[in-house]
Ligand binder design. Structure first.
Ligand SMILES: Cc1cc2nc3c(=O)[nH]c(=O)nc-3n(C[C@H](O)[C@H](O)[C@H](O)COP(=O)(O)OP(=O)(O)OC[C@H]3O[C@@H](n4cnc5c(N)ncnc54)[C@H](O)[C@@H]3O)c2cc1C
Length: 356
């Protein structure tokens, strides 16, 4: 059996055991799927050592996709972790590569990413929220990030701060236990409450040089940004697939009159397959940064297709879907997060400059 196929079977088994039984709890009780995430890590599915980049990208994309098929919140947690892993996989800092990366990849430590603000900064949408001052053996960082997900006691997250005295930005990772870092859990969202999302206040947090991912964040972010966006796409692929399956199941309701609805599973399946093929193809290119526009186009299309799919799912299931605890309504609420996750739909529209 090919490695890829074996890995998918393993992922499906972990999903059955460690994720499926908790989906409602994740959605309704803000349960953080830590057991699932650790099991994925300890099973070896996150390992990158010795693998060509194309295999790592495709493996990670498919893992996020199968996870999001069952629960997009858990898929998003995995995205956070794999985004953080991407920073550490690409850094030149030997401490992070040799010490943090193996623990990220065996699931003993988890990662998050505070990069929405920098992504908006680099797109000219807002100022950087964190400021850094150089000291002898590192930086002292202050400021606030309003939302960073997939955090907890054994977690680290990536951030970008601007230097106070020069036109330069630095990127680093920080453990949630760092002195001077105050975190406050944020719940009460429409969905995604199991994502372990916190506001993070940096009050003179000392970041030693060992935690610095890149002294020059501008060029580093340009390098990792394509993977950051690529890994978001399977969130939509997974949720759309589950909507299609759900619509097919509802097909015979009320004498099959759902066939008259304007959104049909066959049409969505064709859209999904085309998006999936384009996404997998991008995992196989030597430098995804050379395909930035194509990535943005797929990311925008997947958000739009996903919104259509969740709407179709709601309509095909009728009153049963309107229950707060139904899978259709959970997917609807989760899908709106994909549209509002940076790069948001409006951010993407700006980057693609489709409209004046
Ligand atoms: C559940 C959830 C999880 C998220 N997880 C992450 C994550 O892991 N990492 C990450 O970097 N981003 C995270 N975000 C942010 C997300 O990626 C988008 O940036 C966000 O949805 C806002 O998009 P927007 O462009 O509409 O900005 P707006 O909502 O218009 O906000 C513009 C800016 O206002 C400020 N702001 C907004 N809300 C608050 C607030 N409550 N307190 C203080 N300032 C605020 C921020 O600077 C924000 O960027 C999360 C958001 C949500 C809802």
């Amino acid at each position: 059996m090919a490695v890829e196929e074996a890995n998918l079977l393993l992922a499906e088994r972990i999903i059955q055991e460690k994720l499926k039984p908790f989906v409602r709890k994740i959605d309704a009780e803000a349960h953080y799927p830590s057991e699932y995430l650790s099991a994925v890590g300890s099973s070896g599915l996150l390992r990158s050592e010795g693998l060509p980049q194309t295999d790592v990208l495709l493996g990670d994309v498919k893992l996020i996709e199968v996870t999001a098929r069952t629960c997009m919140t858990a898929g998003f947690n995995l995205w956070c972790h794999l985004a953080a892993s991407t920073y550490v996989r690409n850094t030149a800092n030997p401490y992070l590569r040799n010490t943090l990366l193996p623990q990220f990849e065996d699931g003993t430590l988890m990662g998050g990413t505070g990069l929405s603000n920098p992504m908006k900064y680099y797109a000219g949408l807002e100022e950087l929220h964190l400021k850094a001052r150089r000291v002898e053996t590192g930086y002292v960082v202050s400021g606030q990030l309003p939302m960073v997900s997939n955090l907890g006691p054994d977690h680290w997250f990536g951030f970008v701060a601007s230097l106070e005295d020069r036109d330069q930005r630095v990127m680093a990772v920080v453990p949630c236990s760092a002195e001077g870092l105050t975190m406050k859990e944020k719940i009460g969202y429409l969905g995604l409450n199991g994502s372990a999302t916190y506001s993070c206040v940096f009050d003179g947090v000392f970041i030693p040089d060992d935690w610095v991912v890149a002294e020059h964040a501008d060029s580093f972010v340009a390098k990792i940004r394509p993977v950051f966006v690529l890994y978001q796409i399977p969130l939509g692929l997974g949720i759309t697939e589950s909507c299609i399956r759900s619509m097919e199941k509802a097909g015979l309701k009320q004498g099959g009159c759902s066939r008259y609805l304007s959104i049909q599973p066959e049409e969505l399946a064709a859209e999904l397959e085309a998006l999936r093929e384009r996404t997998y193809a991008l995992c196989n290119v030597s430098d995804p940064a050379e395909h930035w526009r194509e990535l943005l186009e797929i990311r925008l299309s997947v958000a739009q297709t996903t919104l259509k799919a969740v709407q179709g799912d709601m309509l095909h299931h009728g009153g049963a879907a309107y229950l707060q605890t139904s899978h259709s309504s959970r997917r609807l609420r989760e899908a709106y997060f994909l549209a509002n996750l940076t790069p948001t739909v409006r951010h993407l529209e700006k980057l693609l400059r489709r409209r004046k």
